[in-house]
Ligand binder design. Structure first.
Ligand code: GLU
Length: 888
């Protein structure tokens, strides 16, 4: 053992080193970019480097392999795609423009090979199997445009465009809405430097409203010349349809007096983008050429790579990912590609371009579009289009109007505001002194109303919804209950709390913009470590490996026995002093072969040494086998004994719904249960019918649900912000799985309430200046007593208990006992044989053996000679042979 130890340890070390280096998976991702768009290609490489550098501790390390092609040449695109396939990539990014056929062609190739394709360009096509596109879908953008035209009451305008693809971007307006608007079309040639003639014509016609759908380069030329021609003065209105407007220097046009409006998907001045630019600068000393700020495409590309990287890291099978070279002329596909796409579709990240979430078709969902106007300082946000609400809400313009008109001001107005006692949105102050009026309450909602009152100047009185019901439509009584009912009956002007904005409620009352966004999650106990078992020492190998090990041991022992008998070298002279022995002996009896093999398997060795080449070869191979097996066993055993494996009984709503042991429920008559009622998905329907059939599992409020989770085998369907709050307080609880939907909390008021816009813009301001975030931190973290961060993290090395190694003791005990039993069998057998041979009594033989055994002082045993001398001689030889063989 001791001679083998250094070797075993060095092999173990090598195995561990190999393991460490292997833990970092180097996965290649392909990029296919247009030759003329070097900036995007550069951004792609940098995004990968930056993400690798930021996530050094994660297992996936991405490598870029890039091809630049002329995207109009379909043949070149096709061969570049095929050559990337051959490089064992796990995903393909690009193309970075929408070169019509080329994009479709790449999509078809990727579909064919099941290769994930991640796009970031404007693409009006419907989703394909293996394609995801981070660019907001053109249909949504067209809806936004039409909403803007309506909000600004534009009926007559001129559309200025610089290529045919630009016109495709407003297809809805041109084809379906042309009856509602009167518009003319003006084309600007991208390659032309002088647009002044066209501008004079426009000016003569008296056009004052323009929708500009042009590239950044054309826009730069256009504005410069429009100023010279006198088209950038008061009364002129421009709407720019280009998401890279931040990259144009508009400083000289800020004072021109024209109204210039546009939309954007991300704020280039946000701290997040600033931080990204900083990181990029620190990492690579790279500055975006000639542009002041990063382009939309770069931001999308970074988000795309980040999403892909996080999805690969999340995927539990990422270590098993087996990228292989694919050839366009073979039928081979890469099945794992589709599952990567599915994981990406389930993933959500907070990217530079806002929350990145995809629908089942692989398109962006749940994002905000900002309506921006150029004022004398910069671009400012004046409204939002919310993907979920499908509505444009103008904030700044309305606010100005409202501020001017005293009649709409909230100054000195008094509101009765109803709330529920659902911590931390609203709760009673924990004090021994008697409090009255508003003083009795505290919480996030109470603070939010206070902030709004400071901004808008209104007074308020809080009342309480005693039954803690937020509001549900009672179909039998045809009446709204809870806070919504109170607002409708006039009992309260406003309702605040964890009041979810739902389409059903929106039909009865109006809501402000959401002040908090959330989704349904599952609250459950944190996964528990698997309890140690007595036979944990068997865990390093699976059952079949143990079985095969046993079979191999028997086979090798038997082979040794056979080889030993066949090999002439193994037949040796038992009496070396005799030159011509009358017989030869062989050490590889079946018993000895079994002993030899088990000796090496246990790393102990025996005195038996093979002599023949064949037996030595077999013994060598067996030793090698045992060396690897024992090293693997030792390494794996160490991991099994020290690392705790965690078990979660379910990972998502599907698994929760299909099991029987864990009960689940939600708050009765709340938005959560109504989500399951209205959902079209079968699994949600079955969850709803389960809840309806088990009314005892439904709770009156969140606190009841949390209590059940803590004390029963129960999972509570709860809104994610409330789950976050509970998790801060109770470290043993957690959210299982992803959110099931996206929604928000709003303040409810009667329909057509005049103060809605004022509240909306005040809420937006509170969001923008970070007040809402700090209120959330105050009520979720600072005022929450739990301190889960300080809970000792898992994975610390702990001493092994008897539960971990008890099985080994058990095996030792059983083995010793079996040995004792065997010795009695041996004695019995020997006495029996002897009694037969010597024709004596078996009992007597047995007695003699036992009597000798009991004389503990005697350590020499006399040989009993046989009555028959011939037999006696033969037996002596036999005995000596046996003695000789057995002692080896
Ligand atoms: N926020 C929900 C509502 O407004 C109550 C909580 C829930 O249903 O989970 O009805």
């Amino acid at each position: 053992m001791s001679r083998q130890s250094p070797l075993i340890y060095s092999l173990l070390l090598i195995a561990i080193l190999i393991n460490i280096t292997e833990q970092k998976r180097h996965l290649k991702i392909g990029g296919l970019f247009d030759k003329n768009k070097e900036e995007t290609e550069h951004a792609f490489r940098l995004a990968i480097d930056l993400i690798n550098a930021k996530h050094t501790s994660e297992t996936i390390h991405l490598q870029s392999v890039v091809q630049s092609v002329d995207s109009r040449n379909i043949l070149a695109v096709s061969s570049a795609t095929c050559s990337l396939f051959g490089l064992e990539i796990v995903g393909l990014f690009g193309p970075n423009s929408s070169p019509g056929g080329a994009s479709k062609h790449i999509q078809a190739l990727c579909d064919n090979k099941e290769m994930p394709l991640i796009e970031i360009h404007w693409d009006p096509n419907d989703g394909r199997n293996n394609v995801i596109n981070l660019h907001p879908h053109p249909e949504i953008i067209e809806d936004v445009l039409i909403e803007i035209l309506q909000a600004y009451e534009w009926k007559k305008f001129t559309i200025v465009y610089d290529d045919n693809e630009s016109l495709a971007k407003i297809n809805k307006l041109l084809v379906y809405k042309h009856n509602e608007y009167s518009f003319g079309l003006e084309e600007l040639d991208k390659n032309e430097e002088n647009y002044r003639q066209i501008m004079y014509k426009i000016k003569k016609q008296g056009d004052t409203h323009f929708v500009l759908i042009c590239s950044v380069e054309t826009l730069e030329k256009f504005f410069k010349q429009a100023q010279q021609v006198g088209l950038l003065v008061e009364n002129y209105h421009y709407f720019i349809y280009n998401f890279d407007i931040q990259t144009i220097d508009m400083e000289t046009y800020q004072y021109a007096g024209s109204n210039i409006t546009s939309i954007r998907f991300f704020d280039p001045n946000s701290p997040k983008v600033f931080e990204f630019e900083q990181e990029l600068k620190d990492y690579s000393n790279y500055r975006f050429p000639t542009r002041k700020m990063i382009s939309f495409e770069t931001a999308l590309l970074y988000d795309a790579v980040n999403l892909f990287h996080q999805a690969l890291n999340d995927s539990r099978s990422s270590n098993k990912l087996n990228p292989k070279p694919l050839y366009c002329d073979s039928d081979y596909t890469w099945e794992e590609g589709s599952s990567i796409i599915n994981i990406i579709k389930m993933k959500e990240i907070d990217g530079l371009t806002g929350p990145v979430r995809l629908d089942s078709k692989g398109f962006r969902t749940n994002f905000d579009v900002q309506l921006i106007e150029l004022n004398e300082i910069n671009w400012i946000t004046v409204g939002y289009y919310n993907y979920l609400e499908k509505k444009l809400r103008i904030t700044r313009k309305q606010e100005n109007k409202d501020q001017q008109s005293d009649e709409n001001s909230l100054r000195n107005k008094s509101f009765t505001i109803i709330t529920v006692l659902t911590p931390p949105y609203g709760q009673l102050k924990d004090t021994t002194t008697q409090l009255y009026g508003n003083d009795r309450f505290e919480g996030f909602g109470i603070d939010l109303i206070h902030e709004l009152s400071l901004m808008l100047g209104f007074n308020y009185t809080f009342t309480l919804q005693k039954d803690r019901a937020n509001g549900n439509y009672d179909r039998k009584r045809r009446k709204w209950t809870g806070m919504v009912g109170a607002v409708l009956s006039g009992e309260a002007d406003l309702a605040i709390g964890d009041l979810t904005i739902t389409s059903e409620r929106e039909e009865a009352v109006d809501f402000t913009l959401p002040f908090m966004t959330l989704g349904i999650g599952i609250l459950y106990r944190k996964p528990k470590p698997v309890p140690p078992s007595l036979f944990m020492f068997t865990s390093p190998f699976s059952g079949e490996v143990w079985l095969l090990l046993g079979v191999s041991y028997l086979c090798v022992s038997f082979s040794l026995f056979v080889l030993g008998r066949l090999s002439p070298a193994e037949w040796i002279n038992p009496y070396p002093c005799t030159e011509d022995p009358d017989h030869l002996t062989n050490q590889f009896s079946l018993k000895n072969s079994l002993w030899f093999a088990i000796g090496s398997l246990m790393q102990q060795g025996t005195e038996i040494a093979p002599i023949g080449i064949s037996t030595r070869m077999l013994a060598g191979v067996w030793w090698f086998f045992t060396l690897i097996m024992v090293s693997s066993y030792t390494a794996n055993l160490a991991a099994f004994l020290t690392v705790e494996t965690l078990v979660t009984p379910f990972k998502n709503i599907e698994e929760l719904a299909t099991q029987k042991e864990i009960k689940y429920g939600a708050k009765a008559n709340g938005a959560t249960v109504n989500f399951f009622r209205d959902s079209k998905r079968d699994i949600h329907k079955s969850v709803y019918s389960y809840m309806m059939n088990n009314q005892d599992l439904m709770t009156n409020d969140n606190e009841d649900g949390v209590w059940k989770v803590e004390n029963e085998n129960y999972a509570f369907l709860m809104e994610s912000t409330s789950i976050e709050y509970v998790m801060e307080k109770n470290c043993s609880l957690t959210q299982v799985g992803q959110r099931l939907d996206d929604k928000g909390y709003g303040i409810a008021m009667k329909k057509e309430a005049k103060y809605r816009q004022l509240l909306n813009s005040a809420i937006l301001k509170l969001k923008e200046n970070g007040k809402i975030t700090s209120l959330k931190i105050k009520w979720w973290k600072e005022k929450n007593s739990g301190d889960c961060d300080s809970v000792v993290s898992k994975g610390a090395v702990t001493a092994l208990t008897l539960q971990n190694v008890g099985g080994v003791f058990l095996v030792l005990g059983v083995g010793t006992f079996m040995g004792l039993l065997m010795v009695f069998v041996e004695i019995t057998f020997k006495s029996y044989k002897r009694s037969k041979k010597e024709e004596t009594k078996f009992k007597q033989e047995m007695r003699e053996e036992i009597e000798f055994f009991l004389k503990f002082k005697k350590s020499v045993k006399p040989i009993k000679f046989s009555n028959n001398s011939v037999e006696s001689n033969a037996e002596t030889v036999d005995n000596m042979d046996n003695f000789y063989n057995e002692s080896r």
